[in-house]
Write a protein that binds this ligand. Structure first.
Ligand SMILES: Cc1cc2nc3c(=O)[nH]c(=O)nc-3n(C[C@H](O)[C@H](O)[C@H](O)COP(=O)(O)OP(=O)(O)OC[C@H]3O[C@@H](n4cnc5c(N)ncnc54)[C@H](O)[C@@H]3O)c2cc1C
Length: 402
C-alpha cells in the first residue's frame, strides 16, 4: 500500500508491481501527480544529467547516496526513451519534456498499469494501525498472509490492510495542489523524529527601502552570483513586485535563514574595481549612468543611479567613491524580509529524520513494514530536476524491499 500518487509513489508502485507485489496506491486528490503536471513550467524538468549527492540538502548528507546510486538519472532517461517521450537539455544538465509534463505522468501511470498496480483517488486515510498478524478486515494489498503482520488502514473507501505501507505524501509546498503534513503525522505516530520544516526553492520578499527598486525593476532579470552561508549560485536573478526571484535566488533560499544577509554580485564576470578604474582612465568624461547602461538594462542603470549612486562623469569620482560603487555592485548585501512560503515554494526542507530510516530500503527503523520515500523525508534537491530524481530513486529503493 502506497499513500500518495505523486512522483515517488507512482515510481514505487510500478517497480514493486514489476517484482510481482500486489500494489494499491491511495491519494486524497482527484488526480494523480498534480505536482508533476505543474512542474518545470508545464514541461517537467524530470532529471539532471549531473545528479550527485552534493545536489541535495539533508541533516544526514550520506543518506541519499545509496538510493541515488541504485537508480540513476540514466535509468530514468532509459525509461523516458522506452516510452519515446521527446525531451531536451535546457541548460546545466536539466532535462525537460519537449511537450507537456503530462507525458511523464502518463508514462508512470502506464508503467503502473502494465504491472497491475492500482491507483485509487479521492480517498482519505482516516486511521492507521499496526497489526501484529494480518487478519480479515478489509481488502488487501501486498499479498498479506496470516502471521506476517502489517497495517490496517481505515479509509473513506473502506478498510484496507497491507504488509508494507509506503508513505509518499510529499512536503508542504503548494497546499492548493493537495500537499498536507500527513506523512509527518504518520511518522510521529510511529515514534519518528520530524525535523523542522521550512519552504525551499522559494522567492524572497523584500519590505525595506529596496522594495521600491524591486518593484520598479519588476520583470527585469540579471545574471548574478548569489551567496549565503558558504554556498554560491551563478544564475539569473529576477526582480519582482514582492522582492527577488529567479533560479539563483531560489537556489540560495534553501540555504538562507531568517535575518541573514544574502550577498549578490551583479557583475560576476568582472573585477568591478578594475573595470571602473579602466573606464576612468579610458573614458574620463563618460557618466556612470552611461557605463552602467552598457552592462545592465538602461532602466536598471537609471534606477541604480537614482537610488544608489549620484551619476556624474567618472573622472569626478574620488577613489573612495569608486570603491563604494564597486562594493555595492559586486558585494550587494540584501537582508530579505522573508520568503513567499509554502504558497510558491518548490520544495519543503526538513521532514522525516533520515537517521531513523534505512538508506538501503527506506524502511522505518522504528516500525517494521513502514517506508518513507520522496519529499516527506529530510532530503531536498537543488533546482534543476534533482527533486524528481530523488523521488524516482527513493521510490525505486523501497520498491525492491516492500
Ligand atoms: C511548482 C513546482 C514545480 C516543480 N518543478 C520541479 C521540476 O521541474 N523538477 C523537479 O525535480 N522538481 C520539481 N518540483 C518539486 C517536485 O515536484 C517534488 O519534489 C516531487 O513532486 C516530490 O515527489 P513526492 O512523490 O515526494 O511528492 P508529491 O509529488 O508532492 O506527491 C505527494 C502525493 O501525496 C498526496 N497526498 C498528500 N497528502 C495526502 C493525504 N493526507 N492522503 C492521501 N494523499 C495525500 C498528494 O495529493 C500527492 O499526489 C516542483 C515543485 C513545485 C511545487
Amino acid at each position: 500500500m502506497i499513500i500518495g500518487a505523486g512522483a515517488a509513489g507512482l515510481m514505487c508502485a510500478a517497480k514493486a508491481g514489476a517484482r510481482g507485489r500486489r500494489v494499491l496506491v491511495l491519494d486524497h486528490a482527484n488526480k494523480a501527480g498534480k505536482k508533476i503536471l505543474m512542474s518545470g513550467g508545464g514541461h517537467c524538468n524530470f532529471t539532471n544529467l549531473y545528479t550527485e549527492p552534493a545536489n541535495f540538502l539533508s541533516q544526514n548528507p550520506h543518506f541519499c547516496k545509496s538510493a541515488l546510486a541504485r537508480y540513476t538519472q540514466w535509468d530514468f532517461i532509459a525509461l523516458v526513451n522506452k516510452h519515446a517521450v521527446p525531451h531536451h537539455e535546457k541548460k546545466l544538465g536539466q532535462l525537460f519534456c519537449d511537450g507537456k509534463s503530462m507525458d511523464i505522468l502518463q508514462m508512470l501511470l502506464a508503467e503502473c498499469e502494465a504491472v497491475g498496480a492500482r491507483v485509487r483517488l479521492d480517498t482519505t486515510v482516516e486511521k492507521i494501525e499496526r497489526i501484529e498478524t494480518a487478519q480479515d478486515g478489509g481488502e488487501g494489498a501486498g499479498g498479506a498472509q496470516g502471521g506476517q503482520g502489517g497495517y490496517l488502514l481505515q479509509t473513506t473507501s473502506g478498510p484496507v490492510r497491507c504488509t508494507s505501507l509506503v508513505i509518499a505524501t510529499g512536503g508542504l509546498s503548494i497546499p492548493t495542489m493537495g500537499a498536507t503534513g500527513f506523512g509527518y503525522e504518520v511518522a510521529r505516530q510511529f515514534g519518528h523524529q520530524v525535523l523542522p520544516t521550512r519552504a525551499g526553492l522559494v522567492p524572497f520578499t523584500i519590505t525595506d527601502q529596496l522594495k521600491e527598486l524591486c518593484t520598479e525593476l519588476s520583470g527585469t532579470s540579471v545574471d548574478g552570483l548569489v551567496s549565503c552561508n558558504g554556498k554560491s549560485f551563478r544564475e539569473n536573478i529576477l526582480f519582482t513586485h514582492r522582492g527577488l526571484s529567479g533560479p539563483a535566488i531560489l537556489q540560495i533560499s534553501s540555504y538562507w535563514l531568517p535575518g541573514q544577509a544574502v550577498e549578490i554580485n551583479l557583475l560576476p564576470d568582472r573585477c568591478v574595481p578594475d573595470w571602473l578604474a579602466e573606464q576612468r582612465r579610458d573614458r574620463p568624461n563618460a557618466e556612470l549612468k552611461t557605463l552602467l547602461g552598457e552592462v545592465f538594462t538602461k532602466k536598471m542603470a537609471q534606477l541604480l543611479c537614482e537610488q544608489w549612486f549620484v551619476s556624474k562623469p567618472i573622472k569626478q569620482y574620488a577613489h573612495a567613491e569608486l570603491e563604494n560603487i564597486a562594493t555595492r555592485l559586486s558585494e550587494w548585501q540584501v537582508v530579505p524580509a522573508g520568503t513567499e512560503g509554502y504558497r510558491t515554494a518548490e520544495v519543503t526542507l526538513g521532514g522525516v529524520d533520515t537517521r531513523e530510516v534505512s538508506s538501503k530500503t527506506m524502511e522505518s527503523l522504528k516500525a517494521p513494514g513502514l517506508y518513507f520515500i520522496g519529499e516527506v523525508l529530510d532530503v531536498s534537491g537543488h533546482l534543476g530536476g534533482f527533486n524528481f530524481q530523488w523521488a524516482w530513486a527513493s521510490g525505486n529503493a523501497a520498491a525492491q524491499f516492500v
